[in-house]
Structure formats: structure tokens, C-alpha cells
Design a protein around this ligand. Structure first.
Ligand code: FES
Length: 294
């Protein structure tokens, strides 16, 4: 029964594919229903490919890369592991058994590990019912990237709160954030935006733009921005173009009445409630008065 159903294995060229090759040349048997797709590195696997394989007929998909610490492209296998973990959560959220997807690690000299991976995935199909593709899996468009493919299934799983996945980190603002905007200036991806509207300063975050570089955390003088595992967010927040972060009340300038800074910023700077423009005018006036007197 299981052998009639298809397992697709994305195998990195350097180790996993070489291990599969060695399994063949040393006459080790593995299940015939495993279709190998040779890829340069497991880190090149886009979750959209896995969804595509499941949507188009595979009942299980695995990604196989080099052993941890031995990826020929530094850490492609670790990235692949994170993506597989993340995808498992999304599949679970839309009612597809996460066991249909797995990550394996092996060296080129370990054909037995390839055979074990193929057998494991094939035997899982004995325990799993046939995959009901219609309501939950749609075929991703040809050029869809990771974010787009996730967006396409997000409609069904909007309120699901993800558990922490290593490697996916986005900034989280604590209550003590003073709203200075240094993090937004430091973000090379433009994933943070500070907007002043009327009497409020609102921080917006684009989780889909955030690459988790941590520059916002490094630059925060207050140490109030912390790297948060993606798990703190709902899928909806993750996929929204911009999700709303904290809101801070703005203080009005005592001279011109224009809202210009948060109360915590003023407190921190230990300064008067006078905006930079008015301060400049005041000091220019003081200088010219000094000249007249002189
Ligand atoms: Fe094998 Fe990257 S080269 S996982």
C-alpha cells in the first residue's frame, strides 16, 4: 500500500545524493517509491517546492543534507532544517500531518543513513491516511518564493500562534521602549517604520522583510528591543505587509504646540518640552541679542 504512494527526497549533491549513489552501487535496497531530486545544497530548498510536491502528488517529502557543521555552503543544511520545522507547523495548522515532511543529515560515506531515511519516510505512509489535497493544498505558482507561498496558505491559518523556530528572529519591543527610532534607522532591510500621526508615534514592523540580522537590537541604547523568536507571532502578523507594534503618546512643544517626541524620550534626555525647531530659533535669537549687546 505504502509503496504505491510517492515520497520525494530533495538530496544535496555533496553528501545526501552521494550517499544515495553509494547505496545503489553497494547494492543496498531502499523503497522503490522514493523519488530523488538532486539539488546543489539542502539550503536551496524553498518550502514552496515542498508544498508543490505535496500538492502535485507526493504523500511525503524529505530534505537530506550534509551532517551538521559539514555543509559545503557553510550552513545551508541548518537553514533547511529551520524551514522544514517551520513548514511542519504550518502544515499542522492546516490539517496536514507534519510527519509528512522531515529533514535528515548524512555524510557521503553513509549510504545506510540514506536507506534509513528513505525507509523511515516510506514506512510513515503506512501510518498516515491518503493526503487530502483539495481543501488545504494549492499548487504554488511557478515563481512563488517562500513568503508568497506562505501567504497563499496563510488565509487558512491566520490566528495560529507559531512556536519558536530557531533562526527566525524578529524584533520585539518591550513596554520600556522610548520610541527614539534608532532601530528603524539601523535596519538595512527597511523592516521597521516609525510613524507620527497626530499625538501618537506608532512603530510598524514588517516580519516578511525582517531577515533577523539583529542590527536593531545592537543599536538600541535602551536595550529594550529584544530578539524574539518568530514563535511569538501569529501567522497573520508574520505575513502582513506591516503589523502594528507599540503606540506611544507624543508630547507637544510648549512654544509652538507641535507634537514632537515621546515623554520617555524627553525624560531620557532630561530636557524641556521644546521641539528642536523652537530650540534652534531660541538659540539664534540669543546669539543675535548677544551681538547687539556686544
Ligand atoms: Fe550538503 Fe549544503 S552542501 S547541505
Amino acid at each position: 500500500m505504502a509503496d504505491e504512494r510517492l515520497v520525494v527526497g530533495f538530496c544535496c549533491n555533496e553528501c545526501a545524493y552521494a550517499a544515495a549513489d553509494l547505496a545503489g552501487s553497494t547494492h543496498r535496497k531502499h523503497p522503490a517509491n522514493v523519488l530523488i531530486v538532486r539539488i546543489p545544497c539542502s539550503g536551496t530548498v524553498d518550502p514552496a517546492w515542498i508544498l508543490y510536491a505535496l500538492a502535485k502528488g507526493a504523500d511525503a517529502v524529505f530534505v537530506a543534507g550534509c551532517r551538521k557543521g559539514e555543509c559545503h555552503y557553510v550552513d545551508g543544511n541548518l537553514k533547511a532544517e529551520e524551514r522544514v520545522e517551520f513548514l511542519k507547523q504550518l502544515l499542522d495548522a492546516i490539517g496536514v500531518e507534519p510527519d509528512r515532511v522531515e529533514m535528515f543529515f548524512m555524510a557521503a560515506s553513509e549510504p545506510h543513513k540514506f536507506v534509513a531515511a528513505a525507509e523511515e519516510m516510506s514506512s510513515r505512509l503506512n501510518r498516515l491516511p491518503p493526503l487530502d489535497r483539495k481543501p488545504v493544498l494549492r499548487v504554488p505558482k511557478k515563481k512563488e518564493n517562500f513568503a508568497e507561498s506562505l501567504r497563499s496558505i496563510a488565509k487558512m491559518v491566520k490566528e495560529v500562534r507559531l512556536v519558536p523556530v530557531p533562526g527566525f528572529e524578529i524584533p520585539l519591543f518591550s513596554e520600556e521602549c522610548i520610541g527614539c527610532g534608532a532601530c528603524a534607522e539601523a535596519c538595512p532591510e527597511g523592516a521597521l517604520r516609525f510613524e507620527d500621526s497626530k499625538d501618537l508615534r506608532i512603530i510598524y514592523l514588517s516580519a516578511s522583510k525582517c531577515v533577523g540580522c539583529g542590527k536593531c537590537v545592537d543599536v538600541c541604547k535602551e536595550n529594550k528591543v529584544e530578539a524574539l523568536k518568530l514563535g511569538g507571532m501569529t501567522v497573520k502578523q508574520l505575513l502582513e505587509e506591516w503589523s502594528k507594534g507599540p503606540e506611544m503618546k507624543l508630547v507637544r512643544c510648549e512654544l509652538c504646540g507641535r507634537p514632537f517626541a515621546t515623554s520617555k524620550e524627553i525624560e531620557r534626555a532630561n530636557s524641556q518640552k521644546i521641539c528642536p525647531d523652537c530650540k534652534e530659533k531660541l538659540s539664534a535669537r540669543a546669539i543675535s541679542m548677544g551681538r547687539v549687546r556686544g
